[in-house]
Design a protein around this ligand. Sequence first.
Ligand code: NAG
Length: 336
Amino acid sequence: RSDEVTLTVSDPRAALSGSPQTWLTEGDPVTLICEVKGSSTGWTFRWFTLTLSSDYRYHYDLLSDSSRGAGGNYTVTSAALKHTGVYVCTAEREEPVYYTQYSNAQLIWVTGVSPPVSLIVSPSRTQHFTSVSLSLSCEDQSNSAEWTVRRYTDRWGLEDCSSSVSGSQTGSSCTIRDTRTEDTGVYWCQSESGEKHHPVNITVHFGVILESSVHPVTEGETLTLRCLYKNTTSPNLRADFYKDGSLIQSQTTEMIISTVSKSHEGFYSCKHPERGESPKSWISVTVSHSGSQISVLHTLSSVLAVCPYLLVTVVLIFKCCRMRGKYLLYLFRLIE
Ligand SMILES: *[C@@H]1O[C@H](CO)[C@@H](O)[C@H](O)[C@H]1NC(C)=O
């Protein structure tokens, strides 16, 4: 009997990530990075978007310019609405021949400056208890299209919101009668032509949740966070509040930040000593643009107001110079 030999067979996998961020605003740059962990050379990469067809089957559509990301980085210098989607990649190698399976899916979200539709969540917050009713509806003031609520969850992938175990769709509203933790994910409004708008993060959790707004807070506004408990009779339970994992306020019924600034952006959660901890929610802070717009208008109107005076002055100076010129000429002639 010989010595033992250990044979290790690895199954290289493609891993996909997005940088610097995957939630974008129109015009932002984004790079999708596809890597084979533990093996860096000799690979070429292909890029796909995942779509759901009307018969509820997944399709992997090869990006027409897939060769652009052959080196592992697929860069979009200025993201447009049409770039919103779920992406996957594969890697292949010639010597020795190897094709990886599809990578993990990466959601890229591009938000328009003024979306034509809003997703209204009721109850209006980002975290929800299990075993409650949750409704999501697309409100389109101009009725420009038919909207359905779609979602992306870690558990079920891409699907209609009404595909939830207790979900149903009426018009452009979706109701989940009996929430479960696996309903946690991203929800948005989608038109028949595939336009996607107004994504919201929804987290479903048992026992303790953080009450925070579904929508970003605007700089200068007040942010109020509360800890909510299921089946509670006492309204004044005290909790600890955390930002990005560190304690920022202890033993209070609520946390109030009276003038929000960009630095308050982060992951928030709350924790009660006996009842437990809430999931983390991302709170984003948007910069208010109304101030700068007003000052631009102001400058413009002042310039316009001054214009006639400026014009008259220039004309007068011009005429004056011409007359003086004529006068000098006359003087010269006299001297001659
Ligand atoms: C959803 O959560 C992610 C982090 O998990 C965050 O980057 C993103 O901005 C959130 N989106 C919204 C609309 O709050």
